[in-house]
Write a protein of this length. Structure first.
Ligand SMILES: *Cc1c(COP(=O)(O)O)cnc(C)c1O
Length: 459
């Protein structure tokens, strides 16, 4: 008997058979698929005669990225671990439109270089008229580092004043003051964890002060015996310092969430327009939190300060690409984002959609009920805000196979909960189909161990 491994076709022969695919996908890709098919034949997984067919099938299933699209049924609108904001259709189209050669930094009328991302910056200042100028960088953290560097350290004023009550960890071991320090600045802490007063700031300001940094502690609330100094009070104080001591110390409000205007649903969440109106010189925020856009760091405010940041050598290292600029412009000028839609979803309508799904599941003999649920903003926003919502409750054992099927749920109190707040209406049928598929392949004797489901809502 001949060893079947000796029947494995030679690479060149298979490649010749797959010549049409080489034209489409390129030789290295096809060669890799052939090698994998040969390995499978060697291990006895497939017949040696199937190598070409197997490689062809693998190439047909090939995806351009290993990133897998997920349905967010967690009830956490901005879930950091699954990519924060889901982009609007406009933003997705913009990404495609910008993916080739584009006039990101070029004036087609004159053939000369033009201001990079000018339409996006114009959209930002149009959305926040109180901002004289705007800058877009890689993310909120980059905006802070750039401000610290350009306005503080590089200007010979390396001391950054922060309230102890705002020295916080906002995400997975991410501490803003350590970030600021990493830029070579010294943090001057004022006040105490629970109370900070205007004179704490006044006493700390010197001619070495680069910035007064007001951080919105976006993932927790302090209650009880507390006092903070708000942006308006800091403005008054800094004006006095300016008059009495001739120091122009910029006030930077890091609002995090990216709300450009007040959002009535989230009354405690700061917004750029209000912070600037109250006297912040600069506001920094993220693009992919409540704004609902791509990952980006927004800087809005006084023209001279934005210009100093723009001119910093570091600006080049944190600048955004044409894709981000395009998606951000579309987010600012286009239809409401999925984040906005999720935030504003009516609870009665969510309950109705949940009931339709639960009824269909019950019709198929699966136990499903609709329960009240608290959704959350997530992404380090609106920590105290519960968004009343509804969830479809099914057996906890479904959570893990559903996760494998691309539906991220919440396991709570021994049940698997699906909250449709973050699910576009158009995806309801898809969610139902995936549950049914999972149910058909999950045995009734499945272990009762509640599987882990993504629930983190950190920043
Ligand atoms: C989220 C957040 C940041 C960091 O922004 P990224 O865009 O994630 O880099 C900074 N400050 C505050 C207050 C935040 O909430």
């Amino acid at each position: 008997m001949t060893d079947p491994r000796r029947r494995i076709p030679r690479t060149d022969d298979v490649l010749a058979e797959l010549a049409d695919l080489i034209d489409l996908a390129g030789r290295p890709v096809v060669k890799r698929a052939v090698a994998q098919a040969q390995d499978r034949a060697r291990s006895g997984e497939i017949e040696p005669e199937s190598v070409a067919t197997s490689a062809r099938a693998a190439l047909a299933d090939r995806r351009p990225t290993s990133l897998t699209s997920l349905i967010n049924a967690t009830g956490v609108v901005l879930h950091t671990n699954i990519g924060r904001a889901s982009l609007s259709d406009d933003a997705r189209s913009a990404l495609l439109a910008a993916s080739g050669h584009v006039d990101v930094e070029f004036d087609t009328a004159t053939g000369a270089r033009a201001r990079r991302g000018r339409a996006t910056l114009a959209a930002l200042t149009a959305a926040v008229p109180a901002a004289e100028d705007a800058l877009v960088v890689n993310n909120g953290a980059a905006a802070l580092v750039l401000a610290t560097t350009a306005l503080g350290v590089a200007a010979g004023r390396p001391e950054i004043i922060m309230s102890r009550g705002e020295i916080v960890e906002i995400g997975d071991s991410f501490r803003l003051h350590e970030l600021v320090r990493s830029a070579g600045a010294t943090i001057v802490e004022v006040g105490t964890t629970n109370r900070t007063w205007p004179q704490d700031y006044s006493e700390a300001i010197t001619d070495r002060t680069g910035l007064v940094l007001k951080i919105h502690p976006s993932n927790f609330v302090v209650t009880g015996f507390t006092h903070g100094v708000d942006v308006a009070e800091l403005r008054t104080l800094l004006n006095t310092v300016g008059e009495e001591r001739g120091l122009d110390v910029p006030l930077l409000a890091d609002i995090g969430s990216g709300l450009l205007r007040p959002e009535p649903l989230l009354p405690d969440e700061p917004d750029a327009a209000t912070a600037l109106a109250q006297g912040a010189d600069l506001v920094t925020a993220s693009g992919d939190k409540l704004l609902g856009g791509p990952q980006a760091g927004l800087v809005l405010g006084r023209r001279d300060l934005v210009e100093r940041m723009r001119r910093s050598p570091l600006a080049r290292a944190v600048r955004v690409d044409k894709l981000t600029l395009a998606a951000l412009e579309a987010t600012l000028t286009g239809a409401p984002t999925p984040t906005h839609t999720a935030l504003h979803a009516d609870v009665a309508e969510l309950r109705r959609r949940s009931q339709v799904l639960a009824d269909s599941l019950t019709d198929k003999g699966l136990g499903a009920t609709v329960v009240d649920h608290d959704a959350a903003v997530g992404g380090g926003g609106a920590p105290g805000t519960r968004l009343p919502s509804a969830a479809i409750a099914i057996r906890a054992e479904f959570a893990e196979p559903l996760r494998h099927a691309g539906v991220i749920t919440r396991v709570h109190d021994g049940r698997c909960l699906l909250d449709l707040r973050g699910v576009p209406v158009a995806d309801d049928q898809d969610v139902l189909d995936r549950i049914l598929t999972v149910a058909a392949t999950t045995s009734d004797s499945a272990s009762g161990a509640a599987s882990q489901s993504a629930q983190g809502a950190d920043a």
